[in-house]
Write a protein that binds this ligand. Sequence first.
Ligand code: IPE
Ligand code: IPE
Ligand code: MG
Length: 255
Amino acid sequence: MISRLWAKLGKSSSQAAEPFLTTDNVPEHIAIIMDGNGRWAKKRGLPRIAGHHTGMKTVKRIVIEADRLGVKYLTLYAFSTENWKRPKDEVEFLMKLPQQFLEIELEELIEKNVQVRMMGHKENLPSFTLNAVEEAITKTANNTGLVLNFALNYGGRREMLEAIKEIAADVQDGRLSTEQIDEKLLSSRLLSGDIPDPDLLIRTSGELRLSNFMLWQLAYSEMWFTNVYWPEFTEVHLQEAIHEYQRRARRYGGL
Ligand code: IPE
Ligand code: IPE
Ligand code: MG
């Protein structure tokens, strides 16, 4: 049975609501490259960090909407292994965001049965950042709703290198034979571990690149790009992306 969710595509509130999202083909895993905070701020004559601050509010709205629509996994690219190259002040501000976000939102995330996870390299993260994230992970570990996976200090190439080194060590020590190395094994050794590959990748801000994000896992994901900057990304944009996803034919190389 196909039940329908009703949502408005148009901006005018007088416009009739039209059905366009089906609940039977909502992407199980959506990954988002949340980009454009700095340019959003610049456009308004504000410092870049104002964009990051407003972007945090978008995170809240999109988590709630993804959960409402029945998405099972939401991975958000919050900080890349390359973002350390930014000015010290900006990096410091970004490192404070997880703590700020969780201070305000953790209670509601718990109420909503959301399970918080982190995908990234723990070293180099300041202790206040890591402690806040780990507290959220612990407090939501038994939740069974939406998995909210923060990609924090994440880099796809580094993730693969580390998995390969780990596998090589296992082979060297006789814990694994080369014949046992297959796609499933490598997938399981990545930071995304037991999370299925993203069905849909969204990138905001008009950039058409992956920027070292989930290079292995995105092999067959559908991609959706928008010029909208992350701070102005809304629930309707998420619905639009899902709607577009639902119209695509995923062939995986077949017919
Ligand atoms: C995305 O916005 C947030 C992070 C990368 C942490 P940016 O800060 O990259 O914003 P732009 O791309 O410079 O506009
Ligand atoms: C990707 O955005 C990283 C995050 C969104 C966290 P960047 O702004 O760092 O990517 P580039 O530099 O434009 O490729
Ligand atoms: Mg950017």
